[in-house]
Structures are given as C-alpha cells and as structure tokens.
Design a protein around this ligand. Structure first.
Ligand code: HEC
Length: 102
C-alpha cells in the first residue's frame, strides 16, 4: 500500500513538473532566439526575406536535427554554421522548443 502510494505521488509529480520544465525551456529558447536568431528568422519565427525560412510552428525534433547538421557540416551553410557554433546543446534544444511553440 505504501509503495503504491509512493508510486502514485511520483507519477503525479511528474505530471505537474514536466509542463513547467517545458515552459522553462521555451522561455530560455525565447532568450536565445532574441539574441541570435530573430534578426533573420523574425521575432515570431516568420522571416522577412525570401531566402530566410520561417521557423514558427516547425517540429522541435526537426529543428534540433537541422541545427546539429549545420554544426557538423552535414548540412553545409555559410550563414547558419557560425551561428550554431555559438550555441550549447541546451541552447539548441531550447531554441527549437521556442520556435516549435509558436
Ligand atoms: C544572418 C541571418 C540568420 C540568422 C541570424 C539565423 N539564421 Fe537560421 N537560417 C538562415 C538562412 C539564410 C537559412 C537557410 C539556409 C539554407 O539555405 O539551407 C537558415 C536556416 C535555418 C534553419 C533550417 C530551416 C529548415 O526549414 O530546414 C534553422 C532550423 C535555422 N535557420 C535556425 C536558426 C536559429 C535557431 C538561429 C539562431 C540561433 C538562426 N537560425 C539564426 C539565416 C539566419
């Protein structure tokens, strides 16, 4: 009985904590985007130039993959590569969560 109730409280905590973690990640990503990305991809993830892609609403995993591919050179791009070089793994996950949330 005791173990069962421990399990339930752990499960309930996970339910309450994870949306908060996701919200914190989006908030951290907004800061990364404001500093490094919005000049080209727009304040709300809609860009103002025909060759700069919109990022708003894109899938988080897709964005993470593209950013890692720019960093590794698998997707060579002279504009994006030096920008991604300045980001940590946490920044990449956060900025992807932010654009995905828009
Ligand atoms: C100087 C302008 C500029 C800045 C600043 C910039 N980008 Fe980009 N970004 C581009 C361009 C141009 C492309 C298109 C590259 C290509 O043609 O493959 C691109 C492509 C991308 C893509 C691929 C989109 C897709 O649909 O495949 C992602 C993701 C991305 N940028 C994220 C970011 C993030 C996150 C930041 C900030 C950390 C950022 N960019 C900052 C210009 C910029």
């Amino acid at each position: 009985m005791k173990i069962k109730s421990l399990f339930y409280s752990a499960a309930m905590m996970a339910v309450f904590i994870s949306p908060q973690l996701a919200a914190d990640q989006v908030e951290a990503g907004r800061t990364v985007a404001d500093v490094h990305c919005q000049a080209c991809h727009g304040a709300n993830g809609i860009s103002s130039a025909p060759t700069w892609p919109n990022l708003a609403g894109q899938k988080q995993q897709y964005l993470i993959k593209q950013l890692n591919d720019f960093a590794s050179g698998k997707r060579p791009d002279p504009v994006m590569a030096p920008i991604v070089d300045r980001l940590s793994e946490e920044d990449i996950a956060a900025v992807a969560a932010y654009y995905s949330s828009l």
